[in-house]
Design a protein around this ligand. Structure first.
Ligand SMILES: Cc1cc2nc3c(=O)[nH]c(=O)nc-3n(C[C@H](O)[C@H](O)[C@H](O)COP(=O)(O)OP(=O)(O)OC[C@H]3O[C@@H](n4cnc5c(N)ncnc54)[C@H](O)[C@@H]3O)c2cc1C
Length: 153
């Protein structure tokens, strides 16, 4: 809610260009087909402002780098993945882990960075794989039934 307006985020798997419907700013993602209830499509087309399409960028699940003296990455810069409810948690854990590693190695920054990266890489890889699985459950051809099966199965 902002300035008396309700903002919404719609996640849609849509590699194609959105198509315009009607006049003016109204548009629909090409993935939205005519079986959708008009009340749902209206959430996209009938806003007071035009929707802003934002692609989801991700790093590869097994993204890692060779140790560079004095340099490391943390948070999304290290492991950008689809939104799955864990990104901010991982970001905070990275910071806490890195701080702990530096405190434990006051005379050896390289050792601290190595300790941090050795824990961070496999943790991020596993969470990134889960995030891609969750996104598929939410947005694949069977959605929402794939997500319902997952939650009730
Ligand atoms: C739609 C969506 C939903 C999400 N939902 C959740 C959720 O429910 N739970 C969860 O845990 N995570 C969620 N996440 C992920 C979470 O938002 C991120 O993982 C987390 O914010 C990463 O923190 P960060 O500090 O790495 O990056 P950010 O929070 O993106 O911070 C980076 C900052 O750097 C600034 N910046 C960028 N470039 C420059 C520059 N050149 N100069 C100066 N500043 C710059 C940006 O403006 C930004 O403020 C979601 C992400 C998205 C996209």
């Amino acid at each position: 809610m902002r300035d008396g307006r309700l903002d919404g985020i719609h996640a849609i798997l849509d590699p194609d260009k959105p198509r315009r419907v009607g006049a003016g700013r109204r548009w629909l993602p090409s993935a939205v087909d005519r079986r959708w209830a008009p009340e749902l499509t209206a959430l996209i087309t009938d806003g007071e402002t035009a929707p802003v399409p934002r692609p989801i960028h991700t790093l590869p699940n097994r993204h890692r780098w060779d140790r560079m003296p004095g340099v490391t990455l943390l948070r999304d810069a290290a492991h950008l993945m689809p939104p799955s409810g864990e990104g901010a948690n991982l970001a905070m854990l990275d910071g806490a882990d890195l701080g702990r590693a530096i405190a434990a190695h006051p005379d050896g920054l390289e050792a601290a960075l190595t300790v941090y990266e050795e824990a961070m890489f496999p943790r991020s890889e596993s969470e990134a794989a889960d995030a891609h699985r969750l996104m598929a459950l939410c947005l694949d051809d069977r959605a929402p039934h794939s997500l319902i099966d997952f939650l009730t199965g």
